[in-house]
Design a protein around this ligand. Structure first.
Ligand code: NDP
Ligand code: 8X3
Length: 253
């Protein structure tokens, strides 16, 4: 594959970090984004040294329209032509019924999973349109295909990612831009630690007695979608652990 300039949000952990490594191995130039600045910079340095690639680290909160606008607007000339955008940053906060859940948790999920993805896409897609090529990969979830109890807002944000992926594919079709949605089931990352705000007892229950997906499984799936020839687009992938049949059905030992 010819080296491309690829922007990945949420590259300080989990799926984003594994994807950055997987794409660095293939020799791509990477823009990595996340809030934890020290961790991001150290990671970018590892990518440059281990894989000998160009890597630009941008520490921003994608919930902030201003931070996203300033960062994309200030990209050095050699980083402006972004071939691929991977909208991966996202989270679940809490697991509570609608009458008890925290409004702050709702704000955080909606602002990150939906509005952050939109800010990034709105600012990066015009360059793709001008160049008549590009690829946007959105990370959805099994929670974007089904709804489960105590997660109505997380599921709503991921259903929104599903809808936005379909809508973007239609809007960007005339300009030769591919849009792919990747929807994972349970992946063992920092996801549950974030959801349960560090409560390790609850986190350990999530992955107990079965083998979840690894972040690398999703990275390889993203690489597969990216490396298809120009006439092929992977629209939508639902990827689950073998032990998981739906959002709530898991075969545990
Ligand atoms: P992690 O918590 O391991 O990683 C999330 C990443 O998103 C981190 O790098 C975090 O970095 C970044 N992030 C979160 N909020 C922001 C923000 N406001 N601005 C910039 N970066 C942000 O989780 P995963 O790797 O599992 O999650 C990646 C995606 O995959 C998410 O969209 C998630 O919903 C989805 N997903 C996860 C599944 C799972 O079971 N793990 C299953 C299905 C989908 P930092 O904190 O440094 O900002
Ligand atoms: C993450 C997977 O099942 O916790 O999106 O919603 S799940």
């Amino acid at each position: 594959m010819t080296p491309k300039t690829i922007c990945i949000t949420g590259a300080t952990a989990g799926i984003g970090q594994a994807t950055a490594k997987c794409l660095a191995k293939e020799g791509h130039r990477l823009i990595v984004i996340g809030r934890r600045e020290k961790r991001l910079k150290e990671f970018a340095e590892v990518l440059r040294k281990e894989y000998m690639i160009d890597c630009l680290a941008i520490s921003i909160d994608i919930r902030s329209r201003e931070e996203v606008q300033n960062a994309i607007g200030a990209l050095p000339a050699e980083w402006r032509a972004i071939d691929v955008l991977i909208n991966n940053a996202g989270l679940a906060a809490g697991l509570d019924p609608v009458h008890k859940a925290s409004l702050d948790d709702w704000d955080q999920m909606i602002d990150t999973n939906v509005k952050g993805l939109l800010f990034m896409s709105r600012l990066i897609s015009p360059g793709m349109v001008d160049r008549g090529e590009g690829h946007i990969i959105n990370i959805g979830s099994i929670a974007g295909k089904e709804v489960y109890s105590n997660a109505s807002v997380y599921c709503a944000t991921k259903h929104a990612v599903d809808a936005l992926s379909k809508g973007m594919r239609q809007d960007l079709l005339p300009y030769g831009i591919k849009v792919t949605a990747v929807h994972p089931g349970a992946v063992d990352t920092e996801f549950s630690t974030v959801r349960f705000k560090g409560d390790q007892e609850r986190v350990s229950q999530v992955y107990k007695g079965f083998e979840p997906l690894r972040a690398e499984d999703i990275a390889e799936t993203i690489l597969f979608a990216l490396s298809r020839p120009p006439h092929v687009n992977i629209d939508d992938i639902l990827i689950m652990p073998s032990a998981q049949a739906s959002a709530t059905q898991i075969r545990r030992k």
